[in-house]
Design a protein around this ligand. Sequence first.
Ligand code: IPD
Length: 289
Amino acid sequence: SALDLQEVHDFLIGIAAKAGDMITSANPTAAGSGTKKNSADLVTETDQAVEKMVSASLRQRFPAFDFMGEETYKPGDRLTDKPTFIVDPIDGTTNFFHGHPYLCVSLGLAVNQEPVVGVIYNPFTRTLYSGIKGKGSFLTDALHDHVRLPLKEPEPMKDLSHCLVTVEWGSDRDGNDYDVKVATFRKLCASKETNGAMVHGIRSLGSAELNLCAVAAGHLDVYWETGCWAWDVCAGWVILEEAGGKMVGAHQGDWEPKVDQRRYMAVRAGEGQKAIIEEFWGCVEGRIE
Ligand code: IPD
């Protein structure tokens, strides 16, 4: 039978609520936490427990679908064309660890490696973003009851100097990629007199998925990211594009990014979108390897 994306979406909303309860009732302590590749790459017992609950629920309800999750991913695992749930139990683990309430559970579905359903829930602020390919994306929180994104008619974007930009520092803190990032951040922020783009500001909030949702809503204009994984972008991708936003690659000319390529740029809906993408690509100071 044809894949019923609405049914998947509705089931994911229920799972997000369950995951949210696990996250808000957990108390991340140093004892229940560890690091992966280095001291800036955190994982907690809660990440693992939530992923276990989510994958078990999804396997039971949709046994024919594949599953890819941050905590069970093994290097070399490949995304196939099969319907695949792509899940980050806690996107924003570092924030979670510190008690900073900017994080979410991220539940996506990709078919033919294309994101088609996204559910993103921040249980601390009770903010729910969701989208289905072809059916729009929506926000529900204390002030909005299933309101379609973007939240207002998008203003035209003149150039980067009028943009609020978000980036992430990531957990790799040396080498070529780190140098390219830092030089790019500098150029974006620097005054026109010093050859910079002089953006309104740069934010770095710690959750790739919530960043994508903020661009979808129109709260942020651009998000550039060079180190995240399919589970950090799959759900937000649907929400962004259904809101008229555009997902491209992090480098010049990459108009057709893949969900697992790890380098992206998201730009909100609005006149001037293409010009902003090209202007930003021109500010990237080197190549992320
Ligand atoms: C991280 C966050 C962060 C991004 C990293 C991700 P995690 O996800 O989304 O904003 O810059 O690349 O790994 O580890 O908190 O699930």
